[in-house]
Design a protein. Sequence first.
Length: 629
Amino acid sequence: MKKMIYTKRQFQEGVTFYTDSFTGNVYDIDIDQDVTELHLSGDKAQHYVIKEVRMYGNEKRFPQIERIYIADSVMSIRIPNKMFPNVKEIISDSKSFQSGSLLIRKALGYAKGVCLFNTFCKRTDELIDLNGVETIADNAFDGCESSNIINAGGIKEVYQNAFYGYEKISELPVVDGVRMLGNIVMDCPPAPYTPTSSSVSPNGLDTRERSLLHHGPIIPKQARLFNYDIDFTGKPVTVQDISVVKTMNPKKLPQKIILNNNGVIDMNDVDGVLQREAISEIEISPDNPYFTSHDGILYNSDMTVLVRCPAGRTGKIIIPDGVKAISECAFYNCSISEVVIPDSVTDVEQWAFRCCHNLEKITFSKNMSCIKAYTFSECISLHDINIPGHIKVIGESAFRGIKDPHLDLSEGVEEIETEAFRFTPGNDLTVALPSTIKKLGCRCFGNLKNLAIDTETGMLPNGFFSSIGCVGRVNMNDIKEAHRIVSYLTVNGKSYLIPYIDVQLDKLDRYFRFLPFNPDVIWRQYEKINTNERLFRFLILLYPTVENAEIKKDIEKTFKRLQRASVNGLYKKGEFKLLVRYLSYNLSTKKMLESLVAASERDGKPEIKAYALIALQAYETKTEKTYKL
């Protein structure tokens, strides 16, 4: 990184500013000992004014400065408290900063409200008036020695390091057992307490100790913000308004939230708090008329609806019998490994278990008839999925994001919606459809290698072909046998090949919507392949499966038309497995075989040469000689 070169400028006697040459920014400063007032202005006669002061992190000290003047040109100032520890007055002509005893930025269109930048190391008992201040910036109290702070009730935001270096937190007033600065919880110290003999229980814990173990710190009602240095990790915390938890340090959150609220609880706040992985339990006041809790999970008042499970919950969850519904996003991003849904549940709303990355096993309610959209999407540990017959419909993207699951669909399942499952292009899996299936959504088995069905009538379910459509981006010029050429359809135990790409599957669905399955139509799908390279590869695999003599002759004609360039391409690209399979069909010309023998001998490939010689001998003797791969 290129080192910045500064220009020395003197706009004030006894003060040297170090600036860059273009922006009007000040990056460093030197001040004589006899200078007590600093002017941040510049010199219009020199056509240079100060716009920004960027000395944050500067370790120089100028204790003689007691007053700072800010000119109208100055838009931004970032300086450490300890650089000017004895400043008593700010005089500002800038539209960006207030005059007073503190450095306070005004509320502007680009700024987050009125913001305290510096207290300038106020001494013990010096007054700090935060009237109108809405935000406290990083290090605003660094080195400050005063706890005499007033009008702090309007603070709406504190930066992460707002109270870094502030040593007087222990002298702030205690409200309901915690130290407060206006509406900011600054510390949760253990209150002095002397147990009496009557307060001690048989287990040795006195009444207050047992209360603290269960309830933890009790946050006052007026609290809206938290000092980021408070560590609640692994502890319970009691709050009256759950939204305040969102202002705690996300790296030091409590393990359990006790909500002592007998009124309305905003579910938006509940979701915002309980989706944090550090929190694994919630407990609701027994007097709340709308909600209750059981085993650390939130329910509606009569426990017929499971509302929200904290994201930090782990292990097996057994939902109590009597619950009828599981709410939308109820287990979103939870760390649970297994869930047992009782038979009393009839409705699991969409997104209910989305992103439960550790979920491995599900026991479905026997009275569930539908798995709704995105219910188990992104549950990446759910490798074995068994859908019972009482589930009639599997919704859109219900299991999306699970890599190549082993899927068992029981008799009774009737409909699977768009992209309910998704497979990787390289999968080698088969999904067998039950006879009860009636409708398949587009790409509901996206990229699946083999889809199987038995049908007595020959009729296929609506959407059968589109269900295995290609999902995701595929480089159509780089499809090799080692990757993916074909998809398989197994109908009544017999496999049929269709191209993995190129084919318009929706047209096949429309064709067979009211007509019985016809193998000839499937075998003819090779005609839709639009590049010779992919066509030749596909036909090598298709040829031995075709039972229609006329179609087989047409394929042989295509082989002869393409073989010269295509065989040469297979050889050069090292696709010997496909090449040998083609040679076994005895459809090559003598000239092509002789050329292949010469090339393999030249390149030291004796196995290819041997296969080519066998094919050449078969050609010359007009035999039907074949061989195994």
